[in-house]
Design a protein around this ligand. Sequence first.
Ligand SMILES: Nc1nc2c(ncn2[C@@H]2O[C@H](COP(=O)(O)OP(=O)(O)OP(=O)(O)O)[C@@H](O)[C@H]2O)c(=O)[nH]1
Length: 340
Amino acid sequence: MSHDPRIPVTLLTGFLGSGKTTLLNKLLNNPGMKDTAVVINELGEAGLDHILARTVESEHVADNTVLLSSGCLCCTLTNELADTLRDLFFKRALSAIPEFKRLVIETTGMADPGPILANLMNEPVISSTYRLDAVVVTIDSQYGIQQIEKHGEARKQAAVADVLLLTKSDLATPEQQEALAATLTELNPGATQHMIRHGEIEPEHLIDVGLFSQDGKQAQPQRWLRAPTRSKAGRGMLPKAVHDDEIVSFTVTLPKPLTWDQLEPVLKWLCATFGEQLLRLKGIIHAEDQPAPIAVHAVQHTLYPPTLLEGWDEDEPLTRIVFIGKGVDELRVRDALMQL
Ligand SMILES: Nc1nc2c(ncn2[C@@H]2O[C@H](COP(=O)(O)OP(=O)(O)OP(=O)(O)O)[C@@H](O)[C@H]2O)c(=O)[nH]1
């Protein structure tokens, strides 16, 4: 287990028209974002030119911008995403393009983030050179609730987010804004929420918000996990019943330290059991056989190698594992973990 030198990736997604491109344009014009490579996935050829023109205002970014336009990253283009990321990495290594320090991937509005995340993390060359920093999701303040209710894609996007951006706040009433914030808190209590207009937000809220910051130092694991120190429901309380297709997010807090050797098989079993239903798993583990806390991460069937963190930044070390899934049986998960 070691610190992570890989290139951080921000996955920017959000429903059709929710403000992804507006946000990206603003971000890329921020001086703090100058060493950024960008992969943009648009459905169809239409609109590419104007996006290109708007996005690539700085030459630095122009060289490092790739457009994938013949399909959607989550369905037809998964290999192309892998090829593109590999290509960018090798060009960077050969100094054929300006050295970039981070990558932003903008998906189409109908993208299912699950397969994209799995692709990012499962392809060996990609996962050895890039690491997911955060999933940033834009949600239209006016129409977001309707879109989440009607479209599974919008719901999944919001559920896996680390950062939720409630866009177009100038177009929504205070009631709409409050209702959307409450809906999102219920769907994804662990994500941070920011209300924005015209894509304006400081990059520090979206970039390097994962486990490690740009200078290679550990960022804030607590912020990365975004799980309450104490489960709101309290230990031992029964979780709500869920429908098979409902996206749930819950945190399991373990009462005592354990060893990685004890925990790993159970996490692998959970990944194998829930597979595609498990959109994301993130955890900070108090392992008594390790000198410091460890961070774990899983997507669908895959559990990733754990990372050793620097130390606890809270008084009482506590194992917390966040599950985000569709139809994941919370009771079964708690049962399996509590038996440790
Ligand atoms: N009034 C207002 N309009 C906004 C705001 N943010 C974005 N828009 C407009 O909303 C429309 C859609 O924004 P885009 O940034 O293109 O949205 P997108 O998510 O990239 O759209 P797709 O690529 O189609 O999924 C554009 O006309 C933007 O100018 C905002 O804060 N306020």
